[in-house]
Design a protein around this ligand. Structure first.
Ligand code: HQG
Length: 192
């Protein structure tokens, strides 16, 4: 029986972003894996699914986590990698403000040393606050940080837009970060 959709999506994130070698899979320099090889190697590792299952995940993933190559033979994660890949995205001018959702317990450190990619290759930002809130919730009590993206851009920082709409940049120094007013309030009351 194939794994359910959520399990399969998590498995794909695991091998396409973090640990391809867990099943002996090879990613090319841009993060692409051969779909045939992915199917064979997953099967050998006891995770059985077929091309249709895979295409369904690509289509229905809530965050459009995976992209197919134009010839339909390769798949990669749109973002979120910890393995070294060069996604081949061109730098783009970002909107004036981007958002980053995190947990209140990280805020002191972030405001003193800036946003860092941590285990991933780049810092992940979103164009809307609702997405940032959901991302922050994954880590604990959420807080949303506003990033002066356009001002960073004018100072030479590069921004990239992943296939699924997530904005990526190497780091965000503290001078470009603000806690949103609402969160500042709840953050203060929480830490009092
Ligand atoms: C925090 C998900 C202390 C940072 C999401 C975050 C996203 C710091 C955590 C994607 C720090 C890293 C990425 C500093 C950053 N001091 N903490 N200086 N700098 N941090 O999971 O952005 O569902 O690696 O705020 O939707 O939460 O997997 O990054 O809390 O798009 O598809 O360190 O993953 O997508 O956490 O999430 P993560 P993220 P998927």
């Amino acid at each position: 029986m194939p794994p359910d959709t959520v399990q399969l999506s998590k498995f794909l994130s695991f091998v396409l972003r973090h640990k391809p070698d867990a099943i002996g899979l090879t990613l090319d320099t841009q993060g692409w894996a051969s779909i045939d090889e992915l199917l064979t190697k997953s099967d050998a590792a006891g995770i059985r699914f077929n091309r249709e299952d895979l295409l369904q995940i690509v289509e229905t993933s809530d965050k459009k986590r995976f992209s197919l190559s134009q010839d339909g033979l390769h798949i990669r994660a749109a973002q979120g990698h910890s393995v070294t890949v060069a996604l081949g995205l061109s730098p783009q001018e970002p909107p004036s403000i981007l958002y980053h959702g995190t947990a209140t317990r990280f805020v002191d450190s972030i405001l003193s040393e800036g946003l860092k990619p941590q285990a991933r290759q780049q810092v992940h930002l979103s164009a809307d606050e609702a997405t940032a809130y959901r991302v922050g919730q994954r880590h604990g009590k959420p807080v949303i940080l506003k990033v002066d993206a356009l001002r960073m851009h004018t100072k030479g920082f590069k921004f990239f837009l992943a296939d699924n709409g997530v904005w990526l940049t190497d780091q965000v120094p503290p001078e470009f970060l603000h806690i949103t007013a609402l969160n500042q309030e709840s953050f203060n009351s929480q830490t009092r």
